[in-house]
Design a protein around this ligand. Structure first.
Ligand code: SER
Length: 603
């Protein structure tokens, strides 16, 4: 087995040899950035330098960066999703560009002294080109010069081979990505990016543009390179394991959970899922608590994420039959395993383990009562737990929304997440901006992809009403860079022809390239103009006025009017083709649609 310690060391040694200064991992809590709660990529803390500020350590940098992404928290337990991960990265700040970046990536991946991956198992993708930037023949040629055959090079559009900006504006550019063949059979000659057995392991971004607020791409003063390699994925594929949980990133933690629960990781899928959730969440919690800017559990911001992670673990431990306090012991293991790479953990060991234990204890005090209250609510409310009840369970018994949702799901019941969010907003008086990041119903970030999907959500909402009836109401929404997810009331499976009709209506609005704008209206004005959405929505409310987004123009009549905090695209043509990926039941009377859009074709 190749250990995580080995890979981190090899990576940093290699780039040191290539003249890079090794910089420490920045804090998980971003500085001077209110748009996200956590550092989400290695380049994130480097944005000022990518824009031209001088970095004290020079123009070649490398590190291993701690990152947190909680957008897909409910998927944790499968083979790929994690809330915390480490990103190996190297950067050129106006120094080297494509040739060296690709040459070094190739050398590091294939040379026996480093990872020693056989050429047979590698494939790459490059940018196919569009109106904003040319086709990247240069990178393709460089790959070929090292022996990557033509059939193993895919040319892909912006949605695959473009990275950034991290927010709505900022540094970005096309990228070239490296894939590893993880299948048991020999790798096919031709690279098919759709085949999941090709696992993306590394991304070299050629950051040469600064995206402007008007959507245009201005060349940067300096051409930069930003690369990122997820340690967890590399660990899984190089060790020939299904997931990072079967590697030394997690095994010591999982062994402890086995010991505490008296169960085996391999007993059954449910046991494995719960063990993975506990290991993932408490590892992340330990990193947040042990961070150089560590925070403690609370009801706001990062503290709230931390609280959710710990409490969710406690619920899963309960399922495994763990009947005594356990988080302290897991915390000790995480600190011991990871402090050689992250010394701040050892320094903050007491805070990590004490705060874990304290939060577990606090939750434990209200848990039994809360469970009884949950049963009472179920009896009273039937198939949909109201936002108000979910919020009461949170304030009185400390059940984070996800915990209530998970318990409800086991009974085939859904929780009004948007209603919970509204209550939460009302009580916390959080800033509009903060609110948009924080909750399952809000925007995960303001990246182009997310903003496009956000506008697509409004189009879908309207199209659903047009096709299925005005009584359709939003019951929840969640957007990641890859897809939108929309929950709504409808009693049965939606027939394929209706789905197609809905999809067509959305695509028509995209084709028409309709303008999008917002107006600030009083709730009465909003109601009078026929806007849909939450009228009491506190986070869309500014000076007692609601923000209402309009899609279309006055002359022809608006396609959609919806109360919302934003942000949205300026024209629907910024969305490419809209596609419904899945339609399914969430519970009795509630359906869920997952959909995606391709990158913008025009503005
Ligand atoms: N920023 C790019 C990524 O997150 C490369 O580091 O993948």
């Amino acid at each position: 087995m190749i250990s995580a310690t080995d890979i981190r060391k090899k990576y940093l040694d290699f780039f040191r040899e290539k003249g890079h200064a090794i910089i420490p991992s920045a804090s998980l809590i971003p500085e001077n950035d209110s748009t996200v709660l956590f550092t989400t990529a290695g380049m994130h803390p480097l944005v000022p330098y990518l824009l031209g500020e001088k970095h004290p350590a020079g123009t070649r940098l490398a590190n291993v960066q701690k990152c947190i992404r909680t957008g897909d928290i409910e998927e944790v337990g499968d083979d790929t999703h994690l809330t915390f991960f480490e990103m190996l990265g190297n950067w050129s700040l106006g120094d080297y560009f494509k040739k060296e970046a690709i040459e070094w990536s190739f050398e590091f991946l294939t040379n026996k002294k480093w990872l020693g991956i056989s050429l047979e198992k590698l494939a790459v993708s490059v940018f196919t080109g569009d109106k904003d930037a040319p086709r990247d023949e240069e990178s393709a040629k460089i790959w070929q010069s090292f022996g990557i055959p033509k059939e193993r090079i895919a040319y892909l559009p912006k949605e695959n081979n473009w990275w950034g900006p991290a927010g709505q504006t900022g540094p970005c550019g096309s990228d070239t990505e490296m894939f590893y063949w993880s299948g048991d059979s020999a790798a096919p000659k031709k690279f098919d990016p759709e085949d999941k057995q090709w696992v993306e392991i590394w991304n070299n971004v050629f950051m040469e543009y600064d995206k402007q607020a008007d959507g245009s791409f201005k060349p940067l003063k300096q051409k930069n390179v930003d690369t990122g390699m997820g340690l967890d994925r590399v660990m899984a594929v190089l060790n020939n394991e299904k997931s990072p949980f079967e590697t030394d990133l997690f095994l010591p933690i999982l062994h402890k959970i086995e010991e505490l629960s008296g169960k085996n990781y391999t007993d059954d899928p449910k046991t494995r899922w719960s063990m993975r959730v506990i290991a993932d969440h408490l590892r992340t919690a330990a990193f947040i608590l042990g961070d150089q800017r560590g925070v403690v559990p609370s009801n706001v911001d990062q503290g709230y994420v931390l609280r959710r992670l710990i409490r969710r673990s406690v619920m899963h431990a309960k399922k495994l039959g763990v009947d005594k306090p356990f988080t302290r012991e897991i915390g000790e293991i995480v600190v011991t395993e990871y402090s050689p790479a992250y010394p701040e953990l050892e320094k903050n060991r007491t805070r990590v383990v004490d705060e874990l234990a304290r939060e577990e204890e606090k939750f434990g005090r209200t848990l039994e009562k809360g469970l009884r209250e949950f049963e009472r609510v179920l009896k009273k409310e039937g198939s949909l737990i109201s936002g108000k009840s979910a919020f009461d369970l949170f304030t009185a018994h400390g059940f984070p929304l996800e915990v209530t949702e998970e318990m409800a799901k086991e009974r085939g019941i859904v929780v009004d997440a948007a209603g919970f969010q509204k209550e939460f907003e009302h009580h916390q008086e959080l800033s509009r901006r903060g609110a948009e990041q924080k909750f399952a119903g809000g925007l995960a970030d303001h990246s182009q992809e997310v903003v496009r999907l956000h506008t697509a959500t409004h189009l879908l909402h309207r199209a659903l009403k047009n096709v299925l009836g005005e009584e359709i109401e939003q019951k929840g929404s969640n957007i990641t860079a890859e897809r939108l997810r929309f929950d709504f009331n409808y009693k049965e499976k939606i027939p394929a022809d209706k789905l197609k009709e809905i999809e067509d209506i959305v695509n028509e609005q995209i084709k028409k390239n309709l303008p999008v704008h917002f107006e600030e209206l009083t709730p009465e004005e909003a109601k009078a103009c026929g806007a849909i959405g939450y009228f009491e929505d506190k986070y869309a409310m500014l000076n007692n006025k609601l923000k209402v987004y309009f899609v279309g123009d006055d002359k022809k009549g608006f396609f959609s009017k919806e109360i919302c905090g934003g942000p949205h695209v300026e024209h629907t043509g910024e969305l490419g083709g809209f596609k419904i990926l899945k339609e399914e039941a969430v519970s009795a009377g509630i359906r869920r649609i997952k959909a995606a859009v391709s990158a913008n074709q025009k503005k």
